[in-house]
Design a protein around this ligand. Sequence first.
Ligand code: PMP
Length: 384
Amino acid sequence: MPTVPQDPFDWTDDAARLRAEAGLVRVLRPRPADTALLDLAGNDYLGLTRRPEVTEAAASAARRWGAGATGSRLVTGSTELHAELERELAGFCGFEAALVFSSGYAANLAALTALSAHGSLIVSDAGNHASIVDGCRLSRAETAVVAHADPEAVAKTLDAHPGRRALLVSDSVFSVDGDAAPLADFADVCRAHGAALVVDDAHGFGVLGEGGRGALHAAGLAGAAGVVATLTLSKSLGSQGGAVLGPARVIEHLVNAARTFIFDTGLAPAAVGAALASLRVLRREPGLADRVRIVARTLHGRLTEAGLTSARPDAAVVSVQAPAPEAAVRWAADCRAAGLAVGCFRPPSVPDGISRIRLTARADLTDQQIRTAVATILETAPKG
Ligand code: PMP
């Protein structure tokens, strides 16, 4: 007879040991409300999460509509505020319609599962975000992962499946290196093959395109036939939640078919109110989008001048190579000890095995803060 474990979760100890041996232990570090930490790790690209008019809009939406949405969007969870945000998001980004979800993650799952089917094909860029990977897995479609940012690889894959219903999914800006996808070429390939194009604009919305209208707007693809965008409300808009933007009939289909819309509680009114307020700030202050790109390029320029290896940022994400995984972990920890929060990427969460620290630019960083951040990164850089 096999031995019965004492506790059905004993196996988690083995998993913990394997993580420790691989140096992959994750630690939760609660952030105090009033922190002296200079934050180049978060995704508050436009510096809106603490704007008084945004936090006040969150509070007033909660007072008016309640702390929670109370139910699925199809039952009691849709408020006039949700509809207002959907109209304004679609209008701002240049799409016919929009649908708001409880997260960007849920929006990606919705788009990929509802717009594919058993027997259809999803072509997915190798650098895509985990929520896209999971959306492909949850869909019943066949998924072909293709080389990163490679329209020819996409064309070859689509050529191999003539007449099949297909969609190409790609991040607009990739979260590890901050590089932008060749969206115009992707769109040409999709058009030539009758395939749909689904773009996750989590890192492009608010940063790229005229006044931050996003990567698809920048590429002249906003509102184009066969094109769908997914967004998060948690980065440039400094709130929480996600959205899918596209043709009205596609959005109507999602309302009826997307399980993360139907079976998930609607986005909390406070998050809707905050996102709407941020969107209005962005419309009023289009310079915010320009500023975040300038900050990113300034960070990149100064680090490159100092001899560090950093890919030129297309949007707000600045990625700096570290010589080894342990060095990346130590570098990020030393930055934090010196008052600077940066992200840390190392195997196995990087597809190319190259370890990096990652900085995210913010529109509200002062020149002094940029100088301080660069000085801290250089002082703590691995030697040799
Ligand atoms: N897509 C990308 C590219 C992301 O970086 C993220 C967030 N890390 C998401 C989707 C998920 O968005 P959310 O955090 O709103 O679930």
